[in-house]
Design a protein around this ligand. Sequence first.
Ligand code: ATP
Ligand code: MG
Length: 214
Amino acid sequence: MNDITIALSKGRIFEDTAPLLKAAGIIALDDPESSRKLILSTNRENVRLIIVRASDVPTYVQYGAADLGIAGKDVLQEHGGAELYQPLDLNIACCRMMVAVPEGFDYDSAVRQGARLRIATKYVQTAREHFADKGVHVDLIKLYGSMELAPLVGLADAIVDLVSSGNTLKANHLKAVEEIMPISARLIINQAALKLKRNTIQAILDAFSTAIKK
Ligand code: ATP
Ligand code: MG
């Protein structure tokens, strides 16, 4: 059996991945929410989990520090996904990447009139592509979190952010006006690892595919 390192982020990705790992016969020996360990052993001697920031998962896999990883499409889109093999949509951590504006703002007419929009977002690359495709001129303002605040204090006209229930938007008097893309988490694999550890990785891949909720 080859040694396998899997990169995950804690929070919803870990929670939604645990059942898939279990289906592959892999159970973490520590809970990342309560443990401070960044390397978690599992019941399988040859498999370990590393706990990293969600946006760092592709980087660990790209450089081969992890063989496999689980990352949201939002994160992969920003990273570019170069050199990563992405065989499986895991259909977990689902939400939508949306454009949102203050409740009183007429987005459609601003777009129709060719207004230049200021957009605050963590997802600068994805937003740039989206508005370029639409032919809308934008100034992008990079933020690292709490995007909902930006339009409320005059930093931006609109935001690009992930939306699931819409409750956070509502609580801040914002409305979603456009979907950019549906988001879910994907399995990513280092290409060299796939060649060198084919059988071990293929077994995990097969167990995941069988366990995925359609
Ligand atoms: P950090 O919290 O460390 O700044 P993050 O916000 O990217 O990073 P999480 O909030 O754990 O980390 O999100 C991880 C992934 O879960 C995201 O990349 C996205 O794919 C998905 N996700 C984020 N928000 C939601 C949501 N509201 N509903 C469902 N999935 C989401
Ligand atoms: Mg978060």
